[in-house]
Design a protein around this ligand. Structure first.
Ligand code: PMP
Length: 304
């Protein structure tokens, strides 16, 4: 995690970053019992805009529902969320693109493990928008670690504790000299990366694991699917075998902190288009980039 900018929303208002602290005995600290989302804010001379803010808020609510954190929805509306994001951005006055991390922490200190009815503290901070994977052709490794299944810790919920799974797999990939991992589910089907969704193109068809494949239902994944359909591409969301990636014409990944980044090598095998950006990836990357900052058609951009 990059360093937070100086002013952070924490609890009931904006405080200095070094004063935004959770107790050592809170469930958030002891069990990773916090849910979060990260979205980009773009800065131009005239405006600051957030991308798909309402979808991020909705996913935060849904993460709470899955985990059983019930106090957040009682206290927060989308209007309040937008207003607080606006205040944090104003307080920090960023001069270039930032990522905003909004987290709901279960901040009670109780004996044992439960969640319902426990109080929550929200934190919202900004940090510099730096991509977490190479943008010019990444090399991936199938992980020795399997993705946590929906009936263990659901990937659909963006819950801090679950990111230990991502840490294990990403570190394994780095230790082996790769940029990131490909998670398989317990049956050996493709899920996603440590913090990005994955797409392949074969014979002109865009394919990605469906939302029941133990993935996070990424906001950028949804964006790519919408844009691809608008481009007239045939799109399939379905179970994906690892070896389909080996024979793909193009492979790319997407996510808030990953952007739309091409993959040039998987488990030592060159992807079809490598070392050149494939035509479908290039089109969708451009459409995605345009949408992030200036979307008019879909209502994806919120002026702060
Ligand atoms: N999968 C995982 C596990 C992630 O952490 C992320 C990053 N939030 C994504 C996919 C991409 O999601 P989004 O497009 O909403 O950033």
């Amino acid at each position: 995690m990059a360093t937070p900018h100086g002013k952070v929303f924490f609890g009931n208002g904006i405080v200095d970053a070094h004063d935004a602290k959770l107790g050592v005995a809170t469930s958030a600290v002891l069990y990773g019992l916090s849910v979060y989302t990260v979205f980009p804010v773009y800065v131009s001379a005239q405006t600051r805009t957030a991308f798909r803010l309402q979808d991020h808020f909705q996913r935060l609510l849904e993460s709470c529902r899955i985990i059983g954190i019930d106090t957040f929805a009682q206290q927060w509306t989308y209007e309040r969320f937008t207003q607080v994001v606006r205040e944090v951005v104003q307080a920090n006055d960023p001069q270039r693109e930032v990522y905003v991390r909004a987290t709901v922490h279960v901040d009670e200190s109780i004996p044992g493990t439960r969640v319902r009815g426990l109080s929550t503290t929200v934190s919202i901070f900004l940090y510099d928008a730096v991509p977490i994977v190479p943008q010019d052709g990444m090399r991936l490794k199938t992980s020795v670690w399997r993705r946590i299944p929906d009936n263990a810790i659901p990937s659909r919920a963006k819950v801090n504790g679950a990111y230990v799974n991502s840490v294990l797999a990403k570190q394994d990939a780095i230790d082996s000299g790769f940029d990131d991992c490909i998670f398989l589910d317990i049956n050996g089907h493709v899920c996603e990366l440590s913090a990005a969704n994955i797409f392949l193109v074969r014979n002109g068809v865009l394919i990605t694991p469906d939302v029941t494949s133990d993935i996070l239902d990424g906001i950028n994944r949804r964006t790519i699917l919408t844009l691809a359909r608008e481009e007239g591409l045939e799109v399939r969301e379905r179970v994906v075998d690892l070896t389909e990636l080996y024979i793909a014409d193009e492979v790319f990944v997407c996510g808030t902190s990953a952007g739309v980044a091409p993959v040039f090598q998987i488990d030592g095998r060159a992807v079809g288009s490598a070392p050149v950006l494939g035509p479908v990836s290039a089109t969708l990357r451009k459409r995605h980039q345009d949408a992030l900052t200036g979307d008019q058609a879909h209502g994806w951009v919120t002026v702060l």
